[in-house]
Design a protein around this ligand. Structure first.
Ligand SMILES: Nc1ncnc2c1ncn2[C@@H]1O[C@H](COP(=O)(O)OP(=O)(O)OP(=O)(O)O)[C@@H](O)[C@H]1O
Ligand SMILES: [Mg+2]
Length: 276
């Protein structure tokens, strides 16, 4: 007989849960609300992401985009609602570290790579996982591990930069390295907040290519203000406004939505640009 107690779900090995996550919904946020000093930053939010899906999230400043990511990663606890990773993992019962361990990676806006280490070493360290940093630095890499790092470097466009110190990479290259470091840990869901900020046009194009290539193996949620970026990403779009979903669908669909147009036209001075 299967025991069903509170601790049971924590003990399910990752591989078993991966099977569950291979198909269907990777992330469920239902009826989530959170207030800061009486201000409802997230208001009855329902948001779902499918396994392997690429999704763009847009919305004016203060819409709750970053707060939504904070809730998924355990940084902020909602006042009400539920948050599940697959059908088995209740995110509201896990710590930030446990959520990362379960397979949710997050990329913040500022790249946090180890500047004094090479691109190769950065990727190697990211692989550390349970072995820990010291064990990793002192261990010999297997051929497979070596190949994995080289393959990933190719994917993130840094194959020619493996011996280079991260400090001398461009802003865009550092962003790709950080994405590579997250991918090293095989996340099932990757959350990325405003990747295009500070990038050149060429870097933006390559970032879009990279995210499109990584989707499928990983569900990816990208928050972005740059409408050209979102258009080129060519992924389903969720529009957040005042902590709830205002519209969802293709870029063309949300652009033609009267409420969405109103919200964007009403946010003059924001760095969001126009929705249409
Ligand atoms: N820890 C916090 N304490 C108090 N207020 C907060 C906190 N986090 C977020 N807020 C408020 O919640 C609202 C939503 O903020 P959030 O950062 O999620 O918006 P956003 O959609 O990411 O905006 P932007 O596009 O400017 O990044 C804002 O009014 C913000 O000031
Ligand atoms: Mg934000």
């Amino acid at each position: 007989m299967i025991r069903r107690d509170r601790t049971f779900e924590f003990l399910i090995p990752r591989q078993v849960d991966n099977l569950d996550l291979k198909q269907g919904t990777a992330l469920y946020l239902e009826d989530i609300s959170v207030s800061f000093d009486g201000f409802k930053a997230i208001n009855n939010l329902n948001f779902y992401v499918n396994t392997g899906e690429l999704r763009a999230v847009i919305g004016p400043n203060g819409a709750g985009k970053t707060t939504m990511m904070d809730i998924v990663t355990g940084k902020t606890r909602p006042d009400t609602g539920s948050a599940w990773f697959g059908r088995r993992i209740n995110l509201l019962r896990l710590t930030e570290a446990e959520i990362a361990q379960a397979g949710i990676g997050r990329k913040f806006q500022r790249p946090t790579v180890f500047e004094n280490l090479s691109v190769f070493d950065n990727l190697e360290l990211a692989m550390a996982g349970p072995r820990g940093v010291w064990a990793t630095l002192n261990a010999f890499l297997t051929v497979a591990e070596h190949e994995r790092i080289e393959e990933l470097a190719e994917t993130i466009g840094l194959a020619d930069h493996l011996p280079v110190r991260a400090a001398i990479l461009s802003h865009g290259q550092k962003q790709w390295l950080e994405i590579g470091m997250l991918i090293m840990q095989n996340p099932l869901l990757l959350l990325i907040d405003e990747p295009a900020a500070g990038m050149t046009h060429q870097e933006i194009d390559r970032t879009i290519e990279l995210l499109r290539r990584l989707a499928g193996d990983h569900a990816i949620v990208v928050v972005e203000h740059d409408m050209d970026f979102v258009r080129a990403l060519d992924a389903p779009v969720t529009v957040l406004h005042q902590g709830s979903v205002l519209a969802e669908g293709s870029m063309a669909h949300v652009q033609s939505d009267a409420l969405v147009r109103e919200v964007y036209l009403g946010t003059e001075g924001a760095h969001t640009g126009e929705a249409a």
